[in-house]
Design a protein around this ligand. Structure first.
Ligand SMILES: *Cc1c(COP(=O)(O)O)cnc(C)c1O
Length: 229
């Protein structure tokens, strides 16, 4: 498998999909999901021009981040426990999975201590699945209002993982819901920059659908790196 070819193919698909629905390709950022992938593949991907990587597990991420070129931007996309917030603040440029005030409080505390403005996304559980993280749509506004008072936190937008469906097309309504929610919260000026709200949705199996529905970040693993170990 040639990672550079995979990257080129995904980037081309992003470009084509964006243009076909009247969007600018550069509005869509590609986050390479490198969890459970070998360092060698990450380095190759980096050499082929990728510069944003997503990781789910802190320990694994710490080792990789230390061994990688400093130009790489790292996003945390896994479930974050409050007691790990300090490590996440040190390591990540963007924490995509904030879903409750408690974890945000810990992020604020640690960011303040090291004088950092921590960029985050709020994870929304659009499918209302019991087993999934994320704030339910109707509680998102209240959470954003709470986050507005935290001086070292910048809420750049929303993120979601829709319910798994056999047919990816069936996930489209969940992407639409996240986009509508983001638009309505932007009208209320609840984001750091409500003119430019980040919407993180879409993975290997459904990123074209997510782009059609307004994604500004797609998180793609398997389509770039192959199956995980
Ligand atoms: C693993 C993961 C991805 C990437 O999934 P692929 O199907 O390999 O593209 C995207 N987002 C999150 C939150 C993940 O955990």
């Amino acid at each position: 498998m040639n990672i550079c070819e995979n990257i080129a193919a995904v980037q081309k698909t992003i470009q084509r999909t964006a243009l076909a629905c009247g969007r600018q390709p550069q509005e869509v950022k590609l986050v390479a999901v490198s969890k459970k992938q070998e360092m060698e593949k990450i380095k190759q991907a980096c050499a082929c021009g990728l510069h944003i990587f997503g990781e789910n597990y802190l320990q694994e991420a710490r080792n990789k981040i230390c061994a990688c070129p400093v130009e790489i931007r790292w996003h945390f996309i896994g479930h974050l426990q409050s007691n790990k917030a300090g490590a996440a603040v040190k390591l990540f440029d963007l924490i995509q999975t904030v879903d409750r005030a408690k974890v945000a409080n810990r992020i604020q505390h640690h960011a303040e201590r090291i004088g950092k403005q921590q960029n985050i996304l709020v994870q929304v559980n659009v499918g209302r699945e019991q087993q999934k993280s994320g704030v339910v749509p109707e509680d998102t506004e209240e959470l954003l209002k709470t986050l507005q008072d935290m001086e070292n936190i910048r809420v750049l937008g929303l993120m979601t993982i829709p319910p798994w469906t056999e047919d990816p097309e069936k996930r489209r309504p969940f992407f639409q819901q996240l986009k509508e929610l983001a638009d309505s919260l932007a009208q209320k000026k609840l984001f750091f920059d409500s003119q430019q709200v980040e919407i993180s949705m879409g993975m290997s199996g459904d990123y074209t659908i997510a782009i059609e529905e307004g994604a500004t970040m797609v998180r793609v693993g398997t389509a770039l790196f192959g199956a995980r170990s």
